[in-house]
Design a protein around this ligand. Structure first.
Ligand SMILES: [Cu+2]
Length: 152
């Protein structure tokens, strides 16, 4: 039988090399994590997605009368001038929400349980209102209006 005999120095060398390798790997792994979260270049070429839903708030008054309001959630989204964004709107509450975006030709309908894709790109900065035609003001259980803020 033959034993592999290692000198103390050799063992120490392998131990040191192993620790260094582990440290370097850990550093690269942490760095890679940073890149995925903070580095814009990592997401370059991809169209940003924003997800929105339709929600309903309900309450009962002291006399038992029910009051309700429909909202887009989130109520404000922002993008840069020229930036392409895929806005996905999912209908959760309310059967139908026919909508338009002020100052554009964009219009459509969000239906319960369905996802509506609204491609966005604005040439001019400003605030564009996403308005639900059915619930546009307080009298019609709104205002179901979201602000699309386009920055310079
Ligand atoms: Cu609506």
């Amino acid at each position: 039988m033959k034993f592999l005999v290692l000198k103390k120095e050799t063992l120490l060398f392998f131990l040191t090399a192993g620790i260094m390798l582990a440290a370097i790997s850990a550093w690269f792994m942490l760095k890679a994590g940073d890149a995925a979260v903070f580095n814009q270049a990592a997401t370059e070429g991809k169209i940003r997605e924003i997800h929105m839903v339709t929600v309903e708030y309900k309450a009962n008054l002291k006399d038992g009368k029910e009051i309700e309001v429909y909202r887009w959630d989130p109520g404000t989204i922002s993008l840069k001038t020229g930036e392409k964004v895929q806005l996905y709107i999912t209908g959760i509450n309310g059967e139908k929400h026919p909508f338009y975006i002020e100052g554009t030709e964009i219009k459509g309908t969000v239906k319960k349980g369905e996802e509506t894709l609204v491609p966005l790109q604005f040439d001019k900065p400003g605030t564009y209102r996403l308005v639900c035609e059915t619930h546009s003001n307080l009298k019609t259980n709104g205002p179901m209006v979201a602000d699309i803020v386009v920055n310079d």
